[in-house]
Design a protein around this ligand. Structure first.
Ligand code: BG6
Length: 550
């Protein structure tokens, strides 16, 4: 444990800029969390010790530790802080720190955000507080040793004993670790000692296993001690959906079946299954992406307004929405698996030749769904969802298609079709939002052109160094569970897709592979929308301004 010095920080100044396209001067705040933390010192979490189970794993290296580093840089961690890493491999604290240092240096060189180097002051602030402990997650002795190590840290933290246990481990360990923590008395709370657990994805494999896991861990913990992660909720652009809807007066009145024709939600990836073949073979695109990530996007777009941003108010509305999703019949679903193809100028192989994938695998790497929502707001409005690996571009976006204007006024003009109004929320990587609408093309005739208003985050806000886990870890440290999944929400989401999981398990797909790597997915997904007279928007990584419609 190192010196209890303050987290380093820097203050960037506000700078006036010109708003794109309008020439209007706006003030852009270079949002620096350090500055915010200084202005609002009570926003720092209380003293705490984080223990990561799975300290040597990929998640710890790629996301949890970089997120903690960013929180240190932002002055968002308490001065009294310690990080304990537990893993089954024997190593010293020094070796653990050394391997993380090399990895962080690699990241810094690769992403350039840090000018090619890590901030030594911030990094050493963190490494001085790091401790490694070898341990088998299933053995009681590990937890006895952990308790001793935690007590030593708490002794330095001035009478508090707050502990967060981060389960960055394979899902089969979630239940056993929580039971052991309970048996060792490590989850017992008191006035100056909160005890919380972050549980990673996947939370269950289907409805029954998710419900069983909830039952198992709720024997040891109360619901408010459990923080079930869905990392999509860590994305700024996902959180912004609620701000867009509820902090603006103009959208919500249109946000219903009277004005919205249909909604498309796309999460397209260019990556294949990488080194995760073993996991993916028993998971597939439906389980991997739909009841979790895509449903979180669906909830943000379609839930009723909560009465406050209080965690339970928000999560109750999400659960209600998931319960209103129609059972999905196989007629309203399409599955696909990628074959060989060309992607971003390179030849790539088929799914069945990925490492640890069966040569005759029936696992889907693509899914498209048509969902109906049974409530007053959305009855009759189709929500089309699609996600897949090895598609032509990486993009996550939500397109809200509004109903056409009545055509009558333009009947005797050369206008043959009115372009639709689409509000496009670009979640990643080209973060922003655009609204397309019709304008009169200059000239003697009434001719109409589709034009667009666009907002790009980068034009207004300085980029924040982030891996997407910063807010989630910070929120857990301050006890705000709004961005985490509640037991009933997780179960309601699984329940909505359970019928389809069962139907697909009964009848294996007979046309795999049915889309080429680098394409937009299987042809059947186009037919799913064509049936309703609709079509998917093209999958594009970069938003392209339509420019002047000449
Ligand atoms: C994970 C899935 O939960 O989310 C992966 O297991 C997927 O298969 C990933 O690639 C997508 O997340 P992101 O943030 O890269 O869009």
């Amino acid at each position: 444990m190192g010196r209890e010095d303050s987290a380093p920080s820097s203050l960037r100044s506000s700078r006036p800029t010109t708003s794109p396209g309008t020439g209007m001067a706006t003030t852009t705040l270079a949002v620096d969390p350090a500055a915010i933390a200084k202005c609002f010192p009570d926003r720092r979490p209380p003293p705490a010790v984080i223990t990561i189970f799975g300290a040597g794993g990929d998640l710890t290296k790629r996301l949890v530790v970089p997120a903690l580093y960013h929180l240190v840089r932002g002055g968002m961690l308490p001065d009294s802080f310690a990080l304990i890493g537990i893993d089954h491999n024997e190593k010293t604290t020094q070796e653990w720190c050394q391997s993380l240092t090399e990895m962080m240096q690699g990241f810094a060189r690769a992403d350039g955000l840090e000018g090619g180097a890590i901030d030594e002051q911030a990094w050493s602030w963190l490494t001085r507080r790091m401790h490694f402990m070898q341990g088998d997650f299933t053995q009681a002795d590990t937890y006895r040793r952990l308790e001793k190590l935690l007590s030593e840290q708490f002794a330095r933290q001035g009478g508090t004993a707050n502990a967060l246990f981060y389960l960055a481990v394979a899902d089969r360990f979630f239940g056993p670790i929580i039971e052991q923590l309970g048996r060792a008395g490590l989850m017992r709370q008191s006035e100056n000692a909160w005890r919380r657990v972050i549980v990673e994805k996947p939370f269950g494999h289907d409805f029954a296993s998710a419900a069983a896991l909830n039952a198992q861990i709720l024997k040891v913990l109360t619901e408010d001690q459990i923080y079930r992660i869905d990392h999509f909720l860590g994305k700024e652009t996902v959180q912004n959906i609620l701000v867009l809807r509820f902090a603006n007066g103009i959208f919500e009145p249109l946000w219903n079946r009277d004005h919205v024709d249909y909604v498309q939600i796309t999460a397209a990836e260019t990556v294949g299954v990488e080194r995760r073949g073993r996991f993916y073979e028993t998971t597939g695109a439906l389980r991997d992406m739909v009841p979790n990530h895509l449903f979180q996007l669906l909830a943000m777009i379609a839930m009723e307004p909560p009465i406050s941003f209080d965690a339970d108010a928000v999560r109750a509305k999400k659960t209600e929405l998931f319960r209103a999703v129609h059972p999905i019949s196989p007629d309203n679903a399409v599955r696909g698996q990628y074959g060989a193809g060309e992607l971003l100028g390179k030849k790539v192989g088929d799914y069945r030749h990925e490492p640890n994938v069966a040569p005759n695998s029936g696992t889907e790497t693509y899914v498209a769904l048509k969902l109906g929502i049974d409530n007053w707001r959305w009855a009759g409005v189709p929500f089309y969802l699609r996600t897949g690996k090895r598609l032509s571009a990486r993009t996550t976006e939500i397109a809200v298609h509004f109903r056409q204007a009545p055509y009558a006024l333009f009947r005797d003009t050369p206008v043959d079709r009115l372009p639709a109004n689409i509000l496009m929320l670009r979640i990643q990587p080209d973060e922003g939002l655009s609204l397309s609408f019709s304008a009169k093309r200059p000239g003697a005739d009434i001719a109409i052109a589709g034009v667009e208003m666009d907002f790009a985050y980068r034009d207004y806000f300085a980029p924040l160094a982030s891996v997407g886990y910063e807010t989630l870890i910070y929120d857990c440290l301050i006890g705000d569970a709004t961005l985490f999944q509640r037991a009933d929400t997780v179960e309601a989401a699984w329940s909505a897709v359970q019928g389809l999981l069962d139907a697909w398990a009964r009848v294996p797909a007979d046309d795999f592979p049915n889309y080429a790597a680098g394409s937009a997915g299987p042809a059947a997904a186009d037919r799913l929308l064509a049936r309703d007279g609709h079509a998917w928007l093209p999958i594009r990584a970069e938003h392209r301004h339509p420019g002047h419609n000449t």
